[in-house]
Design a protein around this ligand. Structure first.
Ligand SMILES: Cc1cc2nc3c(=O)[nH]c(=O)nc-3n(C[C@H](O)[C@H](O)[C@H](O)COP(=O)(O)O)c2cc1C
Ligand SMILES: [Mn+2]
Length: 453
């Protein structure tokens, strides 16, 4: 069986010299945030001594694609294929009777800010936010589970505030509960295996259980345990679980909150959350994901959006090979689609379909599959070599935007597509885009014996 815990990966990172233990005492107030910011692309950080708390804090765990791959036990280049397989062959979870995450149980009265070392991230945010909380809920109409992340702000005592985008499944399920005049039971798992975090980000349908995708990523069912006080199941190997309910009738003004473009945004009111029970491991480690324009926050979405979009585009356009969501595009707004010998006009079709499926996308570049979409230099080469501004450019003003887009005006934005692929006839001998190279037989002979030179 695979180790389905976060701590297993922490040990692995430590063995490989990729875990930095911070022994100096740190404050949850901006100090953890500062260290994680300054080392956002560096080794994972384990804060052993947090002022006022017995529980350590781990951060910057999954801040590179290779870390996801390592956590899933695959090679760095295999991440997209693993995601594709998980989407194609999801595996239903397995319910277990006993779980490490329930070793310690706290009932009301609860003070979450005393129990958990939740970092206060950014100056203009009003309070600390739980950023790595995977929220489990059930749609009572269908009995189907939903698993996703939304940041939770500490409001004092057992109260939290959730800022959930209205188009997300969790918000839609909460809205249905509100229509029935009910609260929505939730459970929040903190300190998770990469598969749980990645699975929670997959753009699947309302009613699709993201835990099935987690199983697909793990290659075995994810083990869940029944909660103590709500009718939900949570990852048995998590570090910490909060059990409670979303109260969609109770709104709390959020004020400034950071978002993935790196700016503060003002979304208005969020939904109140009441926590009734906290369970955790005896030696639980609190996981913190640095929010804002930071690699871990951006990559979780990027990998998942890229994987689901690749699948969805390929259903209609088989020439699509891969969708890569770029780091500079904040892991959300810019995509590079690679296609194999697209037919005339097919690149434009892929752009429009991608933007239609993922509303966040604002700039989509299509390249040929001889280009590595992960390499910005090769993508730029494609633009220089294959993109004709007068006919390969799509400018779509006034398209509905995502609320997270830093440039939207009244929630509309201009979207751009750039088609940098070859055309039928390109590359033919004597033509304008025939690649220059030494005679093939000699090049291959030298390649095979290069160590001799
Ligand atoms: C670290 C992190 C923090 C996130 N915070 C929020 C958030 O505060 N609000 C939100 O609506 N989505 C947030 N998301 C994005 C959602 O989790 C994601 O879009 C998810 O797929 C929504 O799933 P659902 O439609 O099943 O609810 C966050 C994602 C990550 C990786
Ligand atoms: Mn969902």
């Amino acid at each position: 069986m695979t180790d389905q815990s976060m701590r297993g990966f922490l040990s692995e990172l430590e063995e490989n010299g990729e875990l930095q233990r911070v022994e100096r005492a740190v404050d949850t107030r901006f100090e953890i945030a500062s260290v994680l910011t300054l080392r956002q692309r560096g080794p994972a950080q384990l804060f052993a001594r947090v002022d006022g708390y017995a529980m350590p804090v781990a951060g910057n765990l999954y801040n590179h694609r290779s870390r996801f791959a390592a956590a899933l036990g695959i090679k760095p280049g295999e991440l997209d294929a693993a995601c594709a397989r998980a989407l194609q062959q999801p595996l239903a979870p397995r319910i277990v009777d006993e779980a490490p995450v329930q070793q310690v149980v706290h009932h009301a009265p609860l003070d979450i800010g005393t129990l958990l070392p939740v970092p206060h991230w950014f100056e203009r945010e009003a309070a600390p936010y739980i950023t790595a909380g995977v929220i489990v809920a059930k749609d009572r109409e269908t009995g189907r589970r939903n698993v996703s992340i939304a940041r939770l702000r500490l409001e004092g005592g057992s109260r939290l505030m959730a800022g959930i985008a209205r188009n997300h499944h969790l918000a839609r399920i909460a809205e249905k509960a509100l229509q029935r005049g009910q609260d929505l039971e939730i459970a929040v798992a903190i300190g998770n295996h990469a598969a749980v975090l990645l699975g929670s980000q997959m753009y699947v349908g309302l009613g699709d259980d993201e835990f099935d995708i987690v199983g697909g990523l793990l290659g075995e069912p994810v083990e869940l345990v029944k909660c103590k006080t709500v009718d939900l199941e949570v990852p048995a190997h998590a570090e910490i679980v909060l059990e409670g309910r979303l109260c969609p009738a109770e709104l709390i003004e959020e004020g400034a909150v950071s978002e993935f473009p790196g700016f503060y945004v003002y979304y208005g009111p969020g939904i109140a959350v009441e926590i009734g029970c906290v369970t955790h491991r005896e030696d639980a480690v609190y996981q913190a994901i640095l929010p804002g324009y930071a690699p871990e926050h951006c990559l979780l979405g990027a990998v998942a959006i890229g994987a689901t979009l690749t699948r969805d585009l390929q259903r209609s356009i088989p020439a699509v090979r891969r969708v890569f969501i770029t780091d500079g595009g904040m892991g959300r707004l810019h995509a590079v689609i690679s296609m194999h010998r697209p037919r005339l006009g097919e690149g434009k079709r892929a752009v429009i379909l991608a933007m239609g499926l993922v509303n966040l996308l604002k700039l989509v570049i299509v390249v040929e599959d001889d280009i590595d979409p992960e390499d910005p230099r090769q993508v730029e080469w494609s633009l220089a070599a294959r993109f004709r501004g007068h006919e390969d450019l799509l400018v779509l003003p006034g398209v509905r935007a995502d609320r997270c887009d830093p440039l939207h005006e009244d929630l509309v934005v201009t979207k751009i597509g750039m088609i940098a692929t070859t055309r039928p006839g390109d590359g033919e001998p004597g033509g304008r885009s025939e690649f220059a190279a030494p005679a093939r037989d000699i090049l291959e002979r030298v390649r095979a014996n290069l160590q001799l030179y």
